[in-house]
Design a protein around this ligand. Sequence first.
Ligand code: SF4
Ligand code: SF4
Ligand code: SF4
Length: 329
Amino acid sequence: MQYRSIIKEEWDKALEQMLSSHDVFASVSNEFGQDYEHIKPANISGITYNKPKPATSLKNFFLPVRENVTGKRTSEKPRIIIGIPNCDIEGLSLLDDIYLDKDFNDPFYRKRRENTLLVASDCFGIAEHCHCLSYGINPWSSRIADLAVVSMDGKIIFRIISGKGEDFIRNIPVSGLPVEKELLIAVEKEHSATESLLSEANKGLPDYKETGRIVREARKETWEKYSARCVSCGACATICPTCTCFLLIDKPGFEKIKQLDACQYPGFERVAGGEDGLYELHTRFRNRYMCKYVWKPQKFQPVACTGCGRCIEACIGKINKNELFMELV
Ligand code: SF4
Ligand code: SF4
Ligand code: SF4
């Protein structure tokens, strides 16, 4: 893996110059927490590096909650997204499998993917419900993203992951320097420390290989017990980086609106004539687990839950999926 470094102030100036030709989004921390913001000169200094998990998942940059898919396509400036945790980078690879399918790809998704430079950020430290490592996902990126960044010792260190990332580094208006060996050792130490924190925080959580069996074997009583506090708000699916369901809504004038959907909503599976295979709350609740831990791993790639923990944080009923897994392991 190749590394380059740039003095932090020079990187900030280079970013400012890029704002005229690019839409730049980055993870920013403020009094409301940590989330992506559209970067302007005033908030460049607030960009957060090395910290886990913005509140919004990366999915929303590629699958907007609602869009007119028959409307006029507007050309968008090239985008740069900075500060993406590796759980979301891995989640994007599942979205790619679905939306870039060779026979039925989504042109809106494809265009956004082609138009976006992905700059991941290594997680130094963990947030309360992070459990990526339990599912085989490292808290730092080495694939799918274009670059990964670390901020350390007054420098921004880039790990170059793709050819697109390499071109970006070559073309920014300040020259990148080789990274000293001591700094790379310090970065590796941070990786190990974060991995230890994850292992410690998630002791007793079954790994991903076990999850499919647990979900398949769980009895109706378990689903009834855990869904008892579910109010069908759909927040768990909306916030999840790997939930992909959508509706197409017909509008007058032959317009079609694509809107994100969630299997937790009543009526999700209702068909003409009124039949609904997921009418009962506990069946809808189970559906999400079957989707994440059984069906998607069978059909696409092995890991369809990245362990980001956002569904736990978002749940109004305080339902914690990890408690379910630990009870049944
Ligand atoms: S199911 Fe929960 S923990 Fe897994 S990827 Fe979705 S939001 Fe994250
Ligand atoms: S079926 Fe449910 S869990 Fe699966 S992608 Fe759709 S909303 Fe998410
Ligand atoms: S976030 Fe919680 S309450 Fe809302 S649909 Fe999901 S499980 Fe149910």
